[in-house]
Design a protein around this ligand. Sequence first.
Ligand SMILES: [Zn+2]
Length: 131
Amino acid sequence: MKYCSRCHSYHNDSQNFCPTCGYELVPVMQTPPPPPGYDRYDYGDNAFSAAGPEGKSRGVAALLAILLGGLGVHYFYLGKIGAGLVTILLTIVTCSLWDIITLIQGILMFCMTNREFEEKYVRNPAFFPLF
Ligand SMILES: [Zn+2]
């Protein structure tokens, strides 16, 4: 596929000049489809604050889990509303003992890589991903 930048038309590869205006055609840069298993997220950057493709940062989630974990805030942040509500329930039922679980969750989030975090909490379709 070739493109005429003067009249913004597309032509087939066999033509070198635009049949309409005579302007030189340039090959269209076609972005190849991503290979299977391709990851949009650049995991090279393992910074806490680096947000994944879904815009969820491991650092924010970890801090929320440690500071407000008992209220399920980290789950709400991750878009797992159901899990957040279950966490609130568990906190009430266990008289805030569940805070220990979310504290451990937060610490684990700090220790894991961005990729692990993505797979475990962001892209995981599970209703209630724990560890
Ligand atoms: Zn043209």
